[in-house]
Design a protein around this ligand. Structure first.
Ligand SMILES: [Zn+2]
Length: 127
């Protein structure tokens, strides 16, 4: 299952500490959504010379769908936005592709969309 460093107590502590500092998904926040994060990502991948246990500014919180999409798009995807459309949707059923017409209509009304999502999270007991 999990490989080094994700199977260490040090990572477990760092991950929990980072999630308490940055509890919302960074990918979703960029798209104007508030989604609780459950995955901590290395901004500079270990495979790319990044530290295994960096300080918090070397880490980023993501929800599972955003993290999978980011990983699938490659190590550079965090910095350089892929032109490929993102497939799938999040836990709220909202398409991940920021160019999807559903999201465009949400962007046109950001305060209402944010209030709606907040309400959904409260209803589900996630906040
Ligand atoms: Zn997300």
């Amino acid at each position: 299952m999990a490989e080094w460093p994700y199977n260490t107590a040090t990572w477990s502590r760092l991950r929990k500490a980072h999630l308490s500092l940055e509890p919302l998904c960074r990918g979703c926040a960029e798209a104007g959504r508030m989604t609780p994060a459950n995955t901590v990502d290395h901004i500079k991948p270990i495979s790319n010379g990044g530290e295994a246990f960096p300080s918090h500014d070397g880490l980023a919180s993501y929800c599972h769908p955003c993290h999978s999409a980011k990983t699938a798009r490659g190590a550079e995807a965090g910095a350089i936005r892929s032109t490929k459309p993102r497939k799938g949707c999040d836990v709220n059923g909202m398409p991940l592709d920021p160019e999807h017409h559903w999201r465009k209509s949400l962007r046109a009304e950001p305060p209402r969309a944010a209030a709606y999502i907040q309400n959904q999270l409260v209803t589900k007991g996630k906040l």
